[in-house]
Design a protein around this ligand. Structure first.
Ligand code: ATR
Length: 279
């Protein structure tokens, strides 16, 4: 008898991850054998963990902070999104070799495609707040849907410059002081910073200059309705929250590990929302 497939999320600490809730929901919903667990790995053990992965008990994993770079270096093959963004979050075995993907760009796009119909019908300039790993995935995703230029706004100037080097002159570094001026032309505003997240400082932006057809996306999902989303909705703008990206980025990994493509349903949203509310 073959063993039921086991996947995990690798991080340090790993206990804050919502991924087990998502994958266990799908396993149960689809009636599949298998499990998905937390796998904490200390930073100084990460390289050895991935080096021994193919001979271990897992069919694949998600990778979260602080191991994304070590994982990127450890895989034998990467998908286009991982190569383009220099980061990966999903690993599986192909002929015994570690293969990695960055599913964040597809997750970001799938959430907008699902929740904001025709959001990319008339692409133009975009603003991305933040310049970390999530921002890299989102800039690449927006460029793939022909949004340009993408202004990358960050507190510290070095990170958006590195991002601009990755994507050429279509990703333009900007400062917070530039935001009021940039808003006037923007079709899309995405928050990828931790501002507005529970326990973090608020994100205060006057959205008045944004055109009426602009879309506002906050990838923060605790709380689900951030101040940014509330003020965009108050202005009648189309909005998308962060939970959908979290759910959609999980789809490709599940399909690789457990053999069936799952869907993001209202029942899944409700289950993960409950888990978040319970802390
Ligand atoms: P992720 O990988 O999820 O994108 P990250 O790499 O930690 O996370 O990035 C967090 C982002 O939030 C960064 O852009 C960070 O700005 P800096 O690069 O200047 O640190 C931004 N951020 C966090 N706290 C902030 C604050 N108080 N004010 C402005 N930006 C903040």
């Amino acid at each position: 008898m073959t063993e039921a497939p086991l996947a995990c999320v690798v991080g340090w600490p790993a206990k804050h991850s919502r991924s087990p809730v998502i994958h266990r929901f799908w396993l149960k919903d689809l009636g599949l054998a298998g499990d998905y667990v937390l796998q904490p790995v200390e930073p100084d053990r990460a390289a050895a963990f991935f080096a021994g992965f193919a001979g271990g008990r897992y069919v694949g994993c998600n990778v979260t902070v602080p191991h994304k770079e070590v994982a990127f270096a450890a895989v034998a093959k990467r998908d286009a999104a991982a190569e383009a963004t220099g980061a990966l979050n999903t690993i599986w075995l192909e002929d015994g070799r570690l293969t990695g993907a960055n599913t964040d760009p597809a997750g970001f796009l799938a959430n907008l495609d699902e929740t904001v119909p025709a959001w990319d019908a008339d692409p133009g300039p975009a603003i991305v707040l933040g310049a970390g790993g999530a921002a890299r995935a989102i800039v690449w995703a927006l460029l793939s849907r022909r949004f340009a230029p993408v202004h990358v706004v960050n507190r510290t100037p070095q990170r958006p410059k590195a991002l601009a080097r990755l994507f050429g002159d279509k990703a333009m570094p900007a400062a917070w002081a530039d935001v009021p001026r940039l808003l006037g032309q923007a079709r899309m505003l995405v928050n990828t910073t931790t501002l507005g997240m529970a326990g973090q400082p608020p994100l205060k932006i006057d959205l008045t200059p944004l055109p009426e057809n602009a879309v506002v996306n906050d990838i923060v999902y605790v709380p689900m309705e951030t101040e940014l989303l509330a003020s965009a909705a108050g202005r009648g703008l189309r909005t998308a929250g962060g939970l959908g990206m979290l759910l959609h980025q999980a789809v490709p990994g599940f399909e690789r590990w457990f053999g069936k493509r799952p869907t993001v349903t209202p029942a899944l949203r409700a289950a993960v929302t409950r888990a978040i509310e319970e802390g």
